[in-house]
Design a protein around this ligand. Structure first.
Ligand SMILES: [Zn+2]
Length: 330
């Protein structure tokens, strides 16, 4: 049966009707808010390439987390900017490190907020790479196997400090299995891992590197992050991480990888997260600041698209705005 018996426009004729038949619904429960913590007190330093986002000290971070809780956002994802950087990122697993102090303070003030910590070394190493750098064939490269124990130590120290979940973002082979074993051995058998399973070497991470002060001092990350052209490989990466014990798998970046999100969710059916990354956020912000895009419309549409592609959880710098907009009824 076709036209004129059937008219698609009937169910679009009234806002309330549209609301009733809407297929993809955003929920505040899906949102994870990324936050950056740095040393000091009373710090609320704007990140220029990410308007409305800040580097916070532990005290102001706690205030921010209370606001996040009040908005109903269930989780934060923490990135640390340490006092000291060295070749092996020692501060990453220090009991008095910036993340460890931040986690303790947040869990004290906001016990119901799920605190997820980024597990990687790039913010803690003086060379800005995600692992131990070695000379190889006349050039420098990140040594996979030498990096694993450092990531395990970092993850365990985060969980000891009170982190509810760890999120390894380094893209070393075998790190999920290593971290799972390390957590289990330390008695944290119930702490889940959200693995950055399919993380691409994307140009859209630029603003984040200002935020986390973690740009590589030489070369790029293409020997460990995925080639943007590959999608089948993403499925193999995800399969490996699930096999190694990942509880949630993540695709990053989100908007450029809607096809990957869809295939991952269809193939594996496991809780799937997607990271709407700094460059994707900055693009909307910049266009909106010029009057070229409506910020709320673009942010909601983008987030809906990520959810429609199959993401159960969305890491987004718009989390607080989205929580307000969802409450108002988007
Ligand atoms: Zn890294």
């Amino acid at each position: 049966m076709g036209f004129p018996q059937h008219r698609f426009r009937r169910l679009r004729s009234h806002p309330t009707l549209r609301r009733m038949v809407r297929q993809t619904r955003l929920s505040v429960d899906q949102l994870i808010y990324p936050l950056f913590v740095r040393p000091g007190a009373g710090v609320r330093q704007p990140i220029h390439s990410m308007p409305g986002q800040y580097q916070l000290s532990v005290d102001t971070l706690v205030v921010e987390c209370k606001a996040v809780v009040d908005l109903g956002v269930p989780a934060v994802l923490l990135f640390g900017i340490p006092e000291h950087k060295d070749a092996v990122g020692s501060d990453a697993s220090s009991e008095t490190g910036i993340i460890q102090r931040a986690v303790r303070a947040i869990k004290d003030a906001c016990p119901d907020l799920v605190v997820i910590t980024d597990v990687c070394l790039c913010a803690y190493t003086d060379h800005g790479h995600c692992g131990v750098v070695v000379d190889r064939g006349g050039g420098k490269d990140v040594d996979n196997d030498a990096t694993l124990p450092l990531l395990v130590a970092e993850a365990v120290s985060h969980v000891k400090a009170g982190a509810d979940m760890v999120a390894p973002s380094d893209m070393m082979d075998g790190r999920v299995a290593a971290i799972r074993a390390g957590l289990d051995e330390a008695g944290f058998t119930h702490t889940p891992i959200m693995a950055y399973a399919a993380k691409y070497a994307s140009s859209y991470y630029g603003p984040f590197r200002e935020a986390a002060e973690s740009p590589p001092m030489f070369g790029d990350r293409k020997t460990y992050q995925m080639d943007v052209a590959n999608a089948d490989e993403a499925l193999r990466e995800v399969a490996a991480d699930i096999e190694e014990g990942a509880d949630i798998v993540m695709v990053k970046p989100a908007l450029n990888c809607l096809d990957v999100i869809w295939r991952v969710k269809e193939r594996f059916g496991v809780p799937t997260a997607a990271y709407h990354v700094s460059g994707e956020f900055a693009a909307i912000k910049a266009a909106a600041a010029n009057g070229w895009l409506d910020e709320k419309g673009a942010a909601v549409e983008t987030t809906l698209a990520i959810a429609r592609a199959g993401a159960d959880l969305i890491v987004t710098y718009f989390a607080k705005d989205l929580a307000r907009w969802i409450r108002e009824g988007v």
